[in-house]
Design a protein around this ligand. Sequence first.
Ligand code: B12
Length: 226
Amino acid sequence: MGKEELLAKIEENVLQGRRDSEDEGLDEGLEGTPGVVELVQQSLEEGIEAKEILLGALSSGMDKVGEKYESGEYFLPDMLTAAEAVGAAMDILEPRLLDAGMESKGKVLLATVKGDLHDIGKNIVGLMLRGAGYEVLDLGADVDGNKILEKVRDAAPDILGLSALLTTTMLEMKEVIDALESEGLRGDVKVMVGGAPLTPQFAEKIGADAYGKDAIAAVRLADSLA
Ligand code: B12
């Protein structure tokens, strides 16, 4: 397979949400044929640069997945499996990208706030941001505000992304933003917030810089904030 053909195959398999050869894919019956992971490995063996694979196949594939999600052709699970396939490929590519000195678009720190265990949405946001070329630090779910502050101080992210899925825990976001302010860190980091119960009005009220309704919006916001 030539380079263009390999990159096109990777993109096709991102759209099918096929991490590896064991996956059936969206259209089913593709089991046994190479998936994203095998194709990425093959591409590297054939001398294609990690950056080219990222930009020419993974990011472009995720862009198309995003468009299909927005147009209603794909549903959330389709986006999730595609994002997971890209995530698995990124695990292989990331060290090589760092070696090659590819500049990341920026550093994003993610956390689901204290008291909230919902992390599926945040994880998708993280995968999409990674696929789009950001360095993502993920503190996980149910993260204490002090821990978030500590990490903002130590890692100096460009953007802090907070997630909450409960009407009770979304109030914790304000605590974090207020604490950033009182610790003199607010000016150092842009804050974007998301999660099903949030609204743009709420985000504005608590002093966030931006609200994103989904992972596609998160990437757009990061591009405008970083
Ligand atoms: C899965 C789930 C769980 C799982 C979570 C597993 C996990 N690892 O995440 C489990 C079973 C643990 C769970 C537990 C509970 N849950 Co629950 N859960 C859900 C459910 C069904 C789906 C949430 C989800 O993953 N959605 C899919 C993701 C992809 O969507 P998303 O999170 O909204 O994320 C997208 C956007 O919001 C945005 N986004 C998200 N974060 C961010 C961050 C940034 C920075 C940006 C820009 C964008 C962004 O992008 C994402 C991708 O598109 C919802 C119902 C629903 N339909 O939403 C209830 C729901 C959120 N849960 C609810 C409740 C009540 C609970 C419990 C209290 C239940 C109980 N009595 O024990 C506990 C609370 C546990 C806790 N302390 O957190 C309620 C909340 C009601 C409310 N008003 O607060 C809901 C709405 C169900 C309901 N209708 O009652 N839950």
